[in-house]
Design a binder for this molecule. Structure first.
Ligand code: BEZ
Length: 262
């Protein structure tokens, strides 16, 4: 769920990552299943106004709405927002760095989206503006070391085939200390923050994950994209595919709950 269109190397992020709601749901629908866990850190209440930042197709946004909260979904992808709106949500195409809200929300929630927003300070500042005094910011995203094996394999194959490494990501995977400091700098009190390893089964395999999450890297090889995919899979097989043929992504999560001081 990309929410920024900033430059990364020679490329705009919007050129690098395109979301297609249908393939996302098929190949990575587990993202919202895992997200249900972090909702216990949000504890949404009936009557609260909550912003779901990077809502994607809105599966988790509906779960928040079940609490009776008044939820707005935001994402930079019009494909996702179209799907979310069709499911009945109040969902809007927005830039996380420039949210058009001022002291409006009791909470801002985000699952598996903040790692796409490489200008984290600006996003946190924008979230702060959107929150009411004492509002909370709760989320989960990739932490330091996230998909390290996958990135290393893509870099190795890129070196072998001759490719632009700036087409991997860009992603932001901070440490607990780094992200805590960023939140505190903007006036948030960090109530809880943890990082943990969560090897995550990929229901449709590594190849499908690579195409959905890092399509731009493979697209640069044109009709040799399959060769690059074969090579990345071959490098990863020993460490991320188990004896039964089940593939895993080497996910590291960072989960946090922070509150505005005033
Ligand atoms: C993640 O959820 O950790 C992730 C998703 C896509 C690319 C990289 C990481």
């Amino acid at each position: 769920m990309s929410l920024v269109t900033m430059r990364h190397g020679a490329h705009k992020l919007s050129d690098l990552q395109r979301w297609e709601s249908e393939s996302y749901q098929r190949d990575t629908g587990f993202v919202s299943d895992y997200g249900a866990d972090v909702l216990s850190w949000l504890e949404p209440l009936a009557g609260e106004r909550i912003l779901d930042l990077g809502c994607g197709d809105g599966v988790l946004t509906h779960k928040i709405a079940k609490s009776g909260a008044d939820v707005v979904g935001a994402d930079s992808s019009s494909s996702f927002i179209k799907t979310a709106k069709a499911s009945g949500l109040d969902a809007r195409v927005l830039d996380a760095q420039n949210l058009p809200f001022h002291r409006e929300f009791d909470a801002v929630f985000s699952n598996a989206a903040l790692h796409w927003m490489i200008h984290a300070e600006e996003v946190i500042r924008s979230v702060k503006r959107a929150l009411k005094p004492n509002g909370r910011f709760v989320g989960e995203f990739g932490g330091f070391g996230n998909v390290a094996a996958i990135i290393t394999a893509m870099r190795a194959v890129g070196e072998e085939l001759g490719g632009d490494p700036n087409r991997i990501g860009p992603w932001f995977f901070p440490t607990v200390d780094q992200y805590s400091a960023m939140l505190e700098q903007q006036g948030f009190e960090v109530e809880n923050i943890v990082t943990f390893y969560r090897p995550t089964p990929l229901p449709t395999g590594m190849r499908a994950w690579l195409k959905v999450m890092s399509g731009a890297f493979f697209d640069q090889y044109g009709d040799r994209a399959d060769v690059a995919l074969d090579k990345v899979e071959a490098v990863l097989k020993g460490s991320l595919c188990d004896h039964s043929g089940q593939w895993f992504a080497d996910y590291v999560r960072l989960r946090f709950r922070a509150r505005l001081d005033d």
